[in-house]
Design a protein around this ligand. Structure first.
Ligand code: FAD
Length: 222
């Protein structure tokens, strides 16, 4: 993948001609992508081919892109680009059918600031012979497009797990959040059933007991 200024291109097995064109591009610090990352994450799907391979390998065709799409559509609420704010020449191809109007609460849209360098990068991708795609959310990734971002389209701030899923859960359930609290270990009974978690908040250790189950979601250790 080649990504810059919100534009991304997937290059699979580039031809020798394209390979030599690419090698003539001087290496640049991906500073524009980094700036966007500070505010919002890219929101893109895998390719339909990769899902088909997954389905074939596990022998279950319910893992194909089309079969899993309705599940992915539950999380994002898509808002088309705001051209009044982005300005002339910032038009972007996108596929609204990749999203559902019943989705949410994660806000997915485009940056209201269209980086001037983006139009040159688009032209560069065209000159390399790459195809312009209608977004990167429809299972087609061979070509280039502008990323959709996890971003509040009005405020232009990041739509995060906290602002979307967690705030909705707090508002609509009895979810209790223990802030600044570190999980030390899971507590198991004699039958090796998880019954709670030992935690520490501001130096005070205590046990949170589970009434139903313990779900471990502490991310990945790299
Ligand atoms: C630099 C970077 C860029 C990325 N960009 C993208 C992107 O553009 N698009 C995309 O889709 N994905 C992106 N990803 C991947 C995505 O962020 C992860 O796949 C996703 O956040 C994983 O979610 P998670 O809930 O499993 O874990 P996390 O989001 O890591 O959440 C785990 C949480 O558990 C907390 N925790 C850990 N240990 C304890 C403990 N002992 N006690 C209490 N709390 C604990 C952590 O503080 C953290 O808040 C990126 C990842 C990185 C690192």
């Amino acid at each position: 993948m080649f990504a810059a200024a919100g534009q991304a291109a997937i290059l699979a097995n580039p031809s020798p001609q394209l390979r030599s064109k690419l090698s003539s591009i001087p290496p640049v610090t991906p500073i524009f992508h980094k700036i966007i990352q500070e505010f919002a994450d890219a929101c893109a799907s895998g390719s339909s081919g990769s899902y088909q391979r997954w389905a074939n390998q596990v022998g279950d065709q319910s893992y194909t892109f089309n079969e899993t799409l309705p599940y992915f559509q539950r999380s994002p609420q898509f808002t088309p680009p705001n051209y009044a704010k982005r300005g002339a020449g910032s038009e972007v191809l996108y596929d609204q059918t990749a999203f559902s109007s019943n989705g949410g609460p994660l806000q997915v849209s485009y940056s209201n600031f269209y980086q001037p360098v983006s139009s040159f990068i688009k032209q560069a991708f065209f000159n390399l012979g790459l195809q312009s795609l209608a977004g990167l959310n429809s299972g087609k990734l061979l070509g280039f497009s502008e990323f959709t971002l996890t971003i509040d389209p009005q405020a232009g701030t990041r739509s995060s797990s906290e602002t979307s899923f967690m705030q909705e859960a707090i508002a609509s359930s009895t979810l209790q959040v223990y802030q600044q609290t570190l999980a030390k270990n899971i507590v198991f009974d004699k039958r090796k059933t998880a019954t709670g978690v030992n935690v520490v908040t501001a130096g005070t250790e205590y046990t949170l007991s589970a009434t139903e189950e313990v779900i471990l979601a502490a991310g990945v250790v790299c």
